[in-house]
Write a protein that binds this ligand. Sequence first.
Ligand code: PEP
Ligand code: CO
Length: 451
Amino acid sequence: MAITEPTWAPSSWRGLLAGQQPEWPDAAALAAVRERLQALPPLVFAGEARALLAGLGEVCEGRAFLLQAGECVESFRDVSAPGIREKLKVLLQMSAVLTYGAMLPVVKVGRIAGQFAKPRTESTEIVDGVELPSFRGHVVHSDEPTPEARVPDPERLVQGYYQAASTLNLLRAFTKGGFADLTLVHTWNREFVAGSPAGQRYEALADGIERALRFMQAIGIDLLNERTLHEVDVWTSHEGLLLEYEEPLTRKDSLTGQWYDCSAHMLWIGERTRDLDGAHVEFFSGVRNPVGVKVGPHATPEEVVALAERLNPGRVRGRLSLIARMGAERVREALPPLLRAVREAEVPVVWVCDPMHANLVRTPSGTKTRHFDTIMAELQGFFAAHREVGTWPGGVHIEFTGEDVTECLGGSEAVLEEQLDHRYETLCDPRLNGRQSLDLAFRVAELMRAA
Ligand code: PEP
Ligand code: CO
């Protein structure tokens, strides 16, 4: 039998329909940017992507849990050390709570260091009565509400690379330099429980973590010097939307000869660009990173199985995450048929719940928001669907920020509708604030203990 050369290349997507791409005005300028990106060093290594793959393989087997969380869209204006530190702090706090809740390792993946581009349902939006091209992220154009500012500028792709590099650099320093210390994280959680109106509900869990730490100390584990208590892996991810950015950052691994998209450890394909015959699925079928696909309430079992076969033909555990974003009202009925179909097709996947993107509502005055209770309702439905089918609820995918913003309603220290405009700062979707994110982690830990 003849051995055929693999025909995939990073440019294979060209010629296929690529949804949600900006209309770059100057092809020559774009080509020049592509060349510059191609000459820059990779942001992550193939070996790191393989380490994440192994972690997700454990999630796939039901031996670990995935926490994927971060910004809806990162801003070019906000690359400060305190901003990144606060996000990491909340991510680590959530992770400690979930680890204890599930008694399993938690694989931590940020929507960070590259989450710059947004797909939009409508190509235009009205700002102060003026119709403008919709905002697609700072890696495309400015968010200023003028037609000139909204013209796509390829130079911003290079700026995105450098912003991702500096964010990643700080993230690596924080996670390996002592900031991720488990006893410190536990102290933050203690403070949260003490200051939370729902504190008593969480007291038992926080007590449990404390006792576990004391137990470790009692049997002779040196809490000060044990490396695993001080260092963590936080991996990066973003929606692989702009193929003009992802292609030049895709490199052949010198060890294995395989292609990796070195812009992030994990990439996902959005709900609007997951056409089986489209450019995004073609592109991500060829790179070896762990990849995700968002799956909305209208996806059919056939479609989801076809995506799984296409993106994970080698049936590698951890390669593919299906990120269900069904809506609180739809999840109980829409999810089980998909869980069964994928199981029957015998393609291993990690099932993740994104309880954010199908639960957007507008207040009477027009502000986009999400209610904490609705987010929790989708999570409950997700766990219930897995319990019904007998599959593993592998993880959660949320949008949050470390700041005290008022963008989502509710939570134990409830944000009320009339407070939304106090600190409504998101450039795109409403995010959970630090407090609401921790509330969510404690609630998910309760769901996991009940599972
Ligand atoms: C997102 O994750 O920010 C997003 C746009 O999600 P989806 O593709 O699920 O709508
Ligand atoms: Co979003």
